[in-house]
Design a protein around this ligand. Structure first.
Ligand code: GCU
Length: 324
């Protein structure tokens, strides 16, 4: 982490430590998306709702744009109780809480309905609870749509085109394996470093949903967007158990209600943002390619098989999701 960020963090941590002992309580929430992103808009709904429900006694201060560090760094800060809440991808979280790996399996969900039945039903609830023993209590899922490839050097029309291409992925083994299985080379990197890496040709492309592609201006560099929709891995709102355990029953209820309300609102912001993002991409000369998804899915099959072998205890969870 850079020196300036470190200093900012130190001041915040000290502030947060003092604030937590006196009322009104202020919970720090960090995430890595810009403020125009639907994730940030969902979080603002939670902030507002919590303030109203608690009559101002429980408030959230939001730090966007990765100001407090990458997803991995912020999760570590939650574990030691320096930051209260974050929003991260389930893919990053799976490095800390293995059950989340399941949600990153390529082509796992049949459609949106299936995805939300899983996330908002018993399976999703049980995965969120698994974080408790790692100090990372899941509050709710946020929609992160579908991830697809975008590239600067040449278009990907079928998995063969991925050969020899360096594709940035999230810091997560399954994502690296997935790109490899499809023929490319997955390069893990923090999201905040990606724009420069694309611009300087350190990587040939990346993969993400339309709002993240556009709101982070990656479309300025990558003029090909291949909608293979290989992953529906969701986002997760997580609270440090060090904070959670200090809240009263009433405060916990407010926070849970506010997070679920924000997830509902975020879904609406998400839909609008996907439409807008695709329009911005097209208006700015991005070629949108709709490939034969089954070709990519066939290649990625081995990732699921490897997963079942590496995590035999989680196979039941995969089966439950598939048969839902
Ligand atoms: C998505 C996701 C983020 C994640 C990002 C990434 O935008 O919502 O949580 O950080 O992808 O690719 O790093």
């Amino acid at each position: 982490m850079m020196g300036k960020t470190f200093l900012l963090l130190l001041i915040l941590i000290l502030n947060q430590a003092c604030a937590s002992d006196s009322k009104p309580q202020l919970l720090y929430l960090a995430h890595n998306m810009p403020q125009s992103h639907p994730v940030h808009q969902g979080i603002l709904e939670m902030q507002q709702s919590l303030e109203t429900k608690s009559g101002g006694t429980l408030r959230i201060k939001v730090f966007s744009d990765g100001q407090l560090g990458s997803e991995r760094e912020v999760l570590e800060l939650l574990q030691i109780g320096s930051i209260a809440i974050t929003k991260v991808s389930a893919a990053t979280l799976s490095n800390f809480v293995p059950e989340y790996h399941v949600l990153g399996i390529p082509f796992l969900f049949r459609d949106e309905l299936h995805k939300f039945e899983v996330l908002e039903g018993e399976i999703g609830k049980s995965i969120l609870e698994k974080g408790n023993k790692y100090w990372l209590r899941g509050l709710c899922f946020y929609d992160a749509g579908s991830r697809s490839f975008y590239t600067s050097t040449k278009a990907i029309r079928s998995p063969e085109d991925l050969k020899g291409m360096k594709i940035r992925v999230m810091n997560n083994q399954m994502s690296i394996n997935m790109v490899k299985a499809m023929g490319g080379s997955g390069t893990p990197m923090a999201f905040s470093e990606l724009y420069t890496a694309l611009q300087q040709g350190v990587v040939d492309g990346a993969e993400n949903n339309p709002p993240s592609f556009v709101e982070s201006n990656h479309y300025e560099v990558c003029k090909y967007y291949t909608l293979d929709e290989h992953s529906g891995v969701p986002d997760v709102l997580v609270i440090s158990t060090k904070y959670w355990s200090r809240l009263s029953e009433q405060e916990k209820e407010w926070l849970l209600e506010a997070s679920v309300e924000s997830a509902e609102a975020q879904k609406k912001y998400w839909k609008k943002s996907v439409e807008r993002s695709m329009k911005v991409a097209l208006d700015n000369g991005v070629e949108v390619i709709v490939p034969d998804k089954s070709l990519f899915a066939e290649q990625a099959m081995t990732v699921k098989e490897d997963f079942k072998r590496d995590y035999p205890e989680l196979v039941d969870l995969v089966n439950q999701i598939e048969s839902k």
